[in-house]
Design a protein. Structure first.
Ligand code: MOS
Length: 703
């Protein structure tokens, strides 16, 4: 009986359910007597409603209700800030007044017996506005940067950090570069749109709702409706991709719950693809400046990294844009600066390596620019600046395998065959470029709980409120439980995605395996203890446990996963098309519980990185802030034809400090480093430095 599961490349335990169609996603939970709700969004970017005539809509057969700010019950909106909600500002209060803060903000909800009826009636509303011109571009002269409230404290969102005298060092340096970078607003565009089915039984509400954080959705809806959390249950066993868009509880969940209460029937509300572009958060547009200087032999003497990200006017969404900069390299003089630019848009949110992905894009392109100025191999430049400790925090790393990642990645890629001069590598008429960049993402570990039942038939049931949006949480947690209980994998059933289960932190920030895994392990150990105490074969044993980070240990170390990403691009010099032929990533991410799923997750992240580098951009109409490409025809993401060789390697890394499992977390780090490696490869192929994402044909063709 093999019970060594950790480290084994098991196939997904939920794979059969997914490919056979038996896995149920939020919108699959149809309820008897269910009605359908459709959100009507504002067609202006800023202003007030002056008229809302719902008469024609109400006359459509099958229409049960038309909710507007004029007839929607006043909601409690009690204070509640979940871990993933912006710490400063106040969430949008939906259908509570006549103000319009951003394009597409819900101004009405039509509920009908069928979806067709609701959609048709939604087109019949007569809405008048007093419109103002919104400010939607952070570079608009009317836009003003502010110090983020979250940045007044030290930490990943710190507004200002300095060591040494970087500005003086820059002026005095033998070699320096100074450049600006611009990364586009992006949307998550998972296959599954945000969706909720809401059903009331008396004062109790069940929400089958797409969520990466069911216990927070429960708490948030309880606060909004003014109900005890115990009255609300959120269920979400499967997620069709999310990438951060379902961490927060967005207004459609509230609207589904309110609509169901008003019409006295279960209500299904699914955002249209178009609506997901402004009602489910987005990666904020960022503008950054990085200045670097070094000695002639490539020792960094100064790093200046200044960046700002857009936010809404009603909330401050802060991300870790400059967080990596103080510790990625050894450098005596470092200054970082982070600002927010409030705009007339909906609040951005976390998306695929939030903060790090865009911040590292600027820093790692700048490192490539410095290597070019030094006429030095960019990998060699990085090797020369490898730090012995986190110089920002003045703490040792719990583990840092960056040099091993350089070696492993460069070997696998064949980096030593690269020629230095831009434009020097060719394949026939195609220009070949080889670029690289570093990746880093913090180790997050949140307090989590889990429950285990040992049944008389020799099987075990494990429960935690966690989610699995695709990384393979069902499988990796089952492996941890089965190994701890010394059971074959098939005898353990892990259930997640239900707010009745023991609470867990958000399924984001790459913290699920460390957090939920540690709790499940602790619960399994507690169950085994209990069985030992009560004697064998005495029937059902149930044990619960809560586990969290060891604060004393976490305070003594700087904890991050690291990686190195190598990319080959082929560019057609006549038409400017860019093909990513190869991506090789090498990662030091602690213990890898399932190498097959880990590789799948990292190659998935690389695909996201290719999208960020070359395709993804949500363009806003400056007149009204409307996302003009809010559909899959014009919001480009990589498809199979865009993807060629992707390879993920994991260096052996034993980290005794992060947690007992030795797990650092994967997922976000797979996005980090890909876009700059591609941008650097484009430069190597063409000699053209593109400092704007996504890099497009028009950047490369001659004007
Ligand atoms: Mo991830 S952006 O924390 O879902």
């Amino acid at each position: 009986m093999n019970t060594n599961h950790i480290g084994q490349p098991h196939a997904r335990v939920d794979g059969r359910a997914k490919v056979s169609g038996s896995a149920q996603y939020a919108a699959d939970f149809n309820q008897p007597g269910q009605a359908y709700a459709v959100i009507v969004g504002a067609s202006i970017g800023l202003g007030r409603l002056t008229e809302l005539d719902t008469e024609a809509a109400q006359r459509v057969p099958g229409v049960l209700a038309v909710l507007t700010h004029q007839n929607t019950p006043k909601l409690a909106y009690a204070p509640h800030k979940g871990f993933i909600d912006p710490a400063h500002g106040e969430r949008l209060h939906v259908l509570q007044d006549d103000r319009v803060h951003f394009y597409g903000q819900p101004v009405a909800v039509v509920v009908a017996q069928t979806l067709d009826q609701a959609e048709h009636a939604a087109t019949l509303l007569r809405i008048g506005y007093a419109a103002q011109t919104p400010v939607c571009d952070p570079l608009d002269p009317r836009a003003e940067a502010v110090v983020p409230e979250a940045g007044r404290e030290p930490g990943p969102h710190a507004a200002d950090r300095v060591r040494g005298d970087p500005d003086a060092a820059l002026t005095a340096a033998a070699v320096s570069i100074d450049a600006h970078y611009d990364a586009a607003r992006e949307n998550h565009v998972p296959i599954e749109p945000n969706a909720t089915v809401a059903a009331w039984e008396g004062e109790r509400l069940t929400l089958w709702s797409k969520s990466q954080f069911v216990v927070n959705e429960q708490a948030e809806i309880a606060a909004i409706l003014g109900l005890p959390a115990a009255n609300i249950r959120v269920v979400c066993p499967f997620i069709g991709g999310a990438f951060g868009t379902s961490l927060r509880t967005w207004p459609h969940v509230t609207l589904a719950a309110v609509a169901a209460r008003v019409v006295g029937r279960p209500v299904k509300l699914v955002l249209s693809r178009r609506q997901t572009f402004h009602l489910g958060g987005h990666r904020p547009r960022t503008v950054q400046r990085v200045a670097l200087s070094s000695t002639p032999d490539g020792r960094l003497t100064a790093i200046v990294h200044e960046g700002s990200g857009e936010t809404s006017r009603y909330e401050q969404f802060a991300e870790a844009l400059t967080a990596v900069t103080p510790f990625l390299y050894s450098c005596p003089n470092v200054r970082t600066r982070y600002r927010l630019v409030p705009l007339d848009i909906s609040t951005p949110t976390y998306m695929r390596g939030p903060g790090e992905a865009t911040g590292v894009f600027a820093l790692e392109c700048a490192m490539d620019e410095l290597a070019h100025a030094l006429e030095m191999d960019p990998l060699e430049l990085r090797r020369r600046n490898e730090p012995g400790l986190d110089e920002g925090m003045q703490l040792p790393f719990s583990s840092r395998s960056m040099l091993a990642c350089y070696e492993r990645g460069a070997d696998a890629f064949g980096w030593s065959r690269r020629t230095l001069a831009p434009g020097s590598m060719r394949d026939g008429r195609l220009r070949i470029g080889w670029g690289m960049a570093c990746a880093s993402y913090p180790v997050f570990h949140g307090q989590a709980s889990a429950r285990v039942r040992l049944l008389a038939d020799g099987t075990a049931e494990v429960e935690a409120a966690a989610s699995d949006m695709g990384p393979g949480t069902y499988t990796s947690i089952t492996q941890i439980a089965a190994e701890t209980l010394a059971l074959p994998l098939e005898r353990v059933r892990f259930s997640l995605g239900n707010s009745d289960f023991p609470p867990t932190p958000p399924h984001g920030g790459s913290m699920t395996l460390a957090s939920v895994g540690s709790a499940v392990r602790a619960a399994c150990l507690a169950a085994l203890d209990q069985r030992r105490e009560t004697g064998h074969g005495s029937g059902i044993i149930e044990a619960s446990a809560t586990a969290g980070p060891d604060a004393a240990v976490h305070g003594r170390f700087s904890m991050h996963a690291f990686g190195a990403v190598f990319v080959e691009v082929a560019i057609d010099p006549d038409v400017g098309t860019i093909r990513v032929r190869r991506v090789v990533g090498a990662y030091g991410a602690g213990r890898i519980v399932n190498p097959r799923l880990a590789a799948s997750q990292c190659t998935g992240g690389m695909v996201g990185g290719i999208g960020m580098a070359l395709m993804e951009r949500t363009a806003l109409d400056p007149r009204d802030g409307r996302p003009v490409n809010a559909h899959m025809a014009d919001y480009l993401v990589p498809v199979n034809l865009d993807i060629q060789g992707l390879e993920a390697h994991f260096v052996d890394e034993v980290d005794p400090h992060v947690n007992e499992l030795g797990v650092k977390g994967l997922g976000e780090i797979a996005l980090v480093g890909v876009a700059p490696a591609i941008a650097n490869a484009v430069f190597h192929a063409t000699g053209k430095r593109v400092r704007e994402l996504p890099i497009r044909i028009e950047h490369l063709v001659e004007h």
